[in-house]
Structure formats: C-alpha cells, structure tokens
Write a protein that binds this ligand. Sequence first.
Ligand SMILES: NC(=O)c1ccc[n+]([C@@H]2O[C@H](COP(=O)([O-])OP(=O)(O)OC[C@H]3O[C@@H](n4cnc5c(N)ncnc54)[C@H](O)[C@@H]3O)[C@@H](O)[C@H]2O)c1
Length: 359
Amino acid sequence: MSANSALHIAVLPGDGIGPEVMAPALEILRKVEATTDLKFRFTEAEAGANHYKATGKSMPETTIRLCEEADAILLGACGLPSVRYPDNTEIAPQIELRMLFDLYAGVRPARLIPGVPSPIVGADTRGIDLVVIRESTEGLFASMGKGTVSHDEARETMLITRRTSERLFAFSFKLAERRTARGRSGGLACVDKANVFKAFAFFRGIFDEVAQRHPKVKADHLYIDACAAMLVKRPWDFDVLVTENMFGDILSDLTAGLIGGMGMAPSADIGDRYAVFQPCHGTAPDIMGQGKANPTAMILSVAMMLDWLAEKHGLEGAVEAGERIERAVDKVYADGIKPFEFGGSNGTADVTKAVLQAL
Ligand SMILES: NC(=O)c1ccc[n+]([C@@H]2O[C@H](COP(=O)([O-])OP(=O)(O)OC[C@H]3O[C@@H](n4cnc5c(N)ncnc54)[C@H](O)[C@@H]3O)[C@@H](O)[C@H]2O)c1
C-alpha cells in the first residue's frame, strides 16, 4: 500500500465502451471514499487499439511500470475488430497483462440478480450463483503470437504446467471453501477434455492431488462438452468450476448470457501479487458512443477489487464497501431498472445514477 495510505489504482479505460463504463466505476469509488475511511489515488494510463493506431504499440512501457507500482489495476476493455496486427490478430493488452503479471486465476462470477431476466426457464425461482475460474496465463493462450502458419497448415500449441495448475487449483479450493462458509455447498468441478487429450489428463491428475488437501470441498470432474449442456439445462446445480484458459474464455461468456448478458458479468484476474479487475465483456463496437453500455459488470468488478484489497491489506472497511456496492446494485434491479442490454430503455447514465443513489 502507498506511503500516504491511499490505495493507488492504475486505471486503464481502453477502447470502445471501456471508457464509458470506467467513468461510472470511478464515480462509485469516489462515493465509497466520501462515505468510508478508504482513500484512493487514481492514475490513468493508455492501452489498447487506439493507442496502437497512434504509436504502433499495444501499451507503453509507462503503463506496465504503473501497473507494477499500483495496489490494483482497473481495466475497461481493449481491442477493436478493425485494428489488427499484420498477422490479422487483434491488439489485446488485457491478455498481455495476465501473462506479464502471472495472473493465473481468472475469477468470473455469474450471479443472477433478482429482477434481471435470464433466458433459462426456472432460473428466476431457482437462482444462479456460480463462479467460473479460468486459468489465464497458459492453456491454448500460451501460444499467443507464437503460432505457425504456412500456406497449407496452421499450428498452435497448448501448454499446461504443474506449477500454474497447482496454484490455480489451490486458489479454486480456497474460493470454494470460502463460499461453503457463506452457505454454498456445490463444491468444485474441474472441467476438461481428459477423455481425449493427455494434457487434460495431466491437468485432472493435478486437480485430484490438490483435492486431497481440501477434504471439506466436494471435488468433481466434468467434460467441457457435457458441462456446456448442463450449464444451460440446470445452472443452479453449479457452484465453482475451474478450467483451462480457452475453455474458460468460452464458458464464462456462456455463463454471462445466463445472468442477463455481458454487461452483468464482472471479473478479476488474480495472481500471487498483482490483480486486474475488469468486466468480462469487450469493447462492444456495435453500441459504443451511444450511452447504451450497461456499467453493472464494471461496477461489480470494483466490488471484487475492494474484496481483494481487503484481504491483501487486512482492510475491514473495504470488505464492507464491496458488499455495499453489491447490495446497491441488487436494489437497483429489484426496483426495476432495465438496461438496453435486455430490452429496456435505461442507459449508462441511468444505471450509474441509480446505483450511486442506492449506495
Ligand atoms: N477484456 C477485454 O478487453 C475484451 C474481452 C472480449 C473482447 N474484447 C474485444 O472487444 C471487441 C468486441 O468483441 P465482441 O463483440 O466479441 O465482444 P463484446 O463483449 O464486446 O460484445 C458482445 C456483445 O455483447 C454486448 N455487450 C458487451 N458489453 C456490454 C455492455 N456493457 N452493455 C451492453 N451490451 C454489452 C455487445 O453490444 C455485443 O452485442 C473485440 O475487438 C474483442 O477483441 C476485449
């Protein structure tokens, strides 16, 4: 923590709707500051497709240094489909940060907030409250920028390491234990494709080893394909899921869809020392600049940041502040706010104002 006791937050708004949802997140934090003993210092920095267009780099060295020095990193969203590297892939500093800072645990909660419509029949009465933990530094993404392409074939290689998997599973069991203490008891499932690939059999074997050290958590295995179907048919049966990077990328968008859409799904990329907090969604070029972006996912990511900072620095006030933000969001939806995202007429400003009032 910084010398003057203010929590130093690196703010990377990014591209598209990134800055549109970042502004409400900072307003929420200023309100927290005004109503608690917590103090924040925000430093904004460049990253993303627009920065690449201007400079030829996904982010400057100064952004990386800032992220290193800050107590936590808040990110909007980066990348634009129209801005690409010569190999036709996109500018993705959000993925580079995960690799640079060893942020192996991508925590993606999917909680259906009462009042938010789910496309799943029965979800309104049975509820959805699960977490996908996406390994975020290796798996298929370890091949990012390293694939080979010739006229006749393309290759990308998946990497699973013992070191990362052990830490990922230890983190996942700890989270499952914490949720069990709060009344959830669905356990932890390892989601893989161990029936076909040796790398996933290795991943599963390490999961089983770590499971032995956490006998209080019900440990289970699922194949990714069956898991996708079960998540749609009965999402209320799930508690915590842990999986490889690419599978987690896809599953966590699926679970965002279950709880109302991308604008409802927060996330945290957590390592042993650093963490980035950002919504699950991208830059939504189809709605950018129209005031239609739902800022809820970004606001809930701020609550996750406070929870993480609380644990890291023993800040009791930050736990309460995070919980207050969640309760304020719940109240706003219970009171009937309806973002454009699910057919309503409430834009970014309406949702922000309502959450600020409820805080
Ligand atoms: N973490 C990140 O920075 C991140 C993540 C995913 C995609 N991307 C990038 O974002 C760009 C767009 O990707 P995409 O279209 O596949 O995914 P996306 O998440 O940006 O959009 C998917 C759909 O969800 C909607 N949506 C997303 N966030 C919303 C919000 N807050 N409120 C209301 N609606 C919302 C969009 O309008 C769109 O219809 C691409 O350049 C991609 O590479 C970045």
